[in-house]
Design a binder for this molecule. Structure first.
Ligand code: UDP
Ligand code: MN
Length: 312
C-alpha cells in the first residue's frame, strides 16, 4: 500500500467524524509535510499565498475537510450569442471533475435560455438560467461580465452561496478541480506567461487607461477566464473592475485585453490569497505540455473567433 492509499483508507472519504479526522491529521502531519512538496515550480507567492500545483496537496484530505462546512459553490458562466454552443461540453465535463460531492449552483447568463442543453446534474447540483440581452460586440459582452457579476453577488448569491467561481464558457474540464482551489480571493496563472519575465506580460501600458501597469511592476499575469473566492472579495473585485471599465469607457479607451487587463491591475494591488497554477487554465489539450505540468484540469477550447463572435 502506498502512502497515499494508506492515507485515503484512513480517511475513509466522507464517513469520518470531525474529531477522528483531527487525530489522523495530527498523526500524519509530518508525513504530509514531507511528501507533498515540489521543487521544480514555485508553490508559494512572495506574499505567502499558495500556488496550487499537482503534488502539493492531497485532494481527498482537502475535500473531506471542506465538505464538513456544507458549502455551496456558485459558478457563473456567460453564454451569449453563438457561445451557447460551448455549454454542453462545459457542463458535462464539469459534472465529471468540478467540485464533485459539493453543492454546486450554476448560474448561466444567456440571451437564449431555451438553448441551454439538458445535462443531467448530480444530486445537490442545480442550474439557473438568467436572461440577459445579446450584443453585437463581443468586447461589450466580456466587459459587461464584471457588472453582472457584481449585481448577482449583491442581490442574490450572498444569500445562496459561500464561494463563487466565474468561468469562461469556451472551456472544458479534464481533471480533478476541488476544494484545494478555494480561498478568499483566487486567480489563475495564464498558461502563456507563467514562465515569462514580467516585462513580457501583456498588461495595459497606456497611462490613460485605469488598467495601466508601469514597466517594472507586476507579480504574475493572470488569466481572465477564472476568477474565484469568497462572495465579498469577488464582489469588491467585480465592482472595482466595473468602475474602472466605466472610467475607461467615458474616455473612449478600451484596455488591451479588456477585463483581463483590469483584473491584472486589481490583483496587483489586491493580492490573491490563493493562486491556481496553469493546470487550472490551460490552452487546448493539444497545446505543448511541459514537464512541470503533471495534470491538465481545465482548458480553453480552440475556437474560430470569426465563427463564434458577433463582430471580428
Ligand atoms: N462571451 C459570450 N459571447 C460572446 C463573447 C464572449 O458569451 O459573443 C463570454 C463567454 O463566457 C466567453 C467569455 O465571454 O467564455 C470571454 O470571451 P472569449 O472566450 O471570447 O475571450 P478569450 O478567452 O478568447 O479571451
Ligand atoms: Mn475564453
Amino acid at each position: 500500500m502506498t502512502f497515499s492509499d494508506k492515507f485515503r483508507h484512513l480517511l475513509q472519504l466522507d464517513h469520518i467524524h470531525r474529531s477522528a479526522l483531527s487525530q489522523k491529521l495530527l498523526q500524519y502531519n509530518t508525513w504530509v509535510v514531507v511528501f507533498y512538496s515540489r521543487t521544480d515550480v514555485a508553490t508559494v507567492t512572495p506574499w505567502l499565498a499558495p500556488i496550487v500545483w499537482e503534488g502539493t496537496f492531497e485532494p481527498t484530505l482537502i475535500d473531506t475537510i471542506y465538505k464538513q462546512q456544507n458549502l455551496t459553490i456558485a459558478t457563473t458562466v456567460f453564454a451569449v450569442g453563438k457561445y451557447v454552443r460551448f455549454l454542453r461540453d462545459f457542463l458535462q465535463t464539469a459534472e465529471k471533475h468540478y467540485f464533485l460531492g459539493f453543492r454546486v449552483h450554476y448560474y448561466i447568463f444567456t440571451d437564449q435560455p431555451e438553448a441551454i442543453p439538458a445535462v443531467t446534474l448530480a444530486p445537490n447540483r442545480t442550474l439557473t438560467p438568467i436572461k440577459i440581452p445579446g450584443s453585437s460586440r463581443w468586447q461589450e459582452i466580456t466587459l459587461r461580465r464584471m457588472e453582472r457579476l457584481q449585481e448577482i453577488i449583491k442581490n442574490r448569491l450572498i444569500f445562496e452561496a459561500d464561494y463563487i467561481f466565474s468561468l469562461d464558457v469556451d472551456s472544458k474540464f479534464h481533471g480533478h478541480w476541488g476544494a484545494e482551489s478555494l480561498g478568499q480571493l483566487v486567480g489563475a496563472l495564464h498558461p502563456g506567461f507563467y514562465k515569462a519575465n514580467r516585462q513580457y506580460f501583456p498588461y495595459e501600458r497606456r497611462p490613460q487607461s485605469q488598467a495601466y501597469i508601469p514597466a517594472g511592476e507586476g507579480d504574475y499575469y493572470y488569466g481572465g477566464a477564472v476568477i474565484g473566492g469568497h462572495l465579498e472579495d469577488v464582489y469588491r473585485l467585480a465592482k472595482t473592475c466595473k468602475d474602472q471599465l466605466d472610467i475607461d469607457a467615458s474616455k473612449s479607451i478600451e484596455a488591451a485585453w479588456q477585463e483581463e487587463s483590469h483584473l491584472n491591475k486589481y490583483f496587483l494591488y489586491n493580492k490573491p490569497t490563493k493562486v491556481l497554477s496553469p493546470e487550472y487554465l490551460w490552452q487546448d489539450v493539444q497545446f505543448f505540455k511541459p514537464q512541470e505540468v503533471k495534470i491538465i484540469r481545465f482548458t480553453q477550447v480552440i475556437k474560430n473567433n470569426a465563427a463564434v463572435r458577433p463582430n471580428p
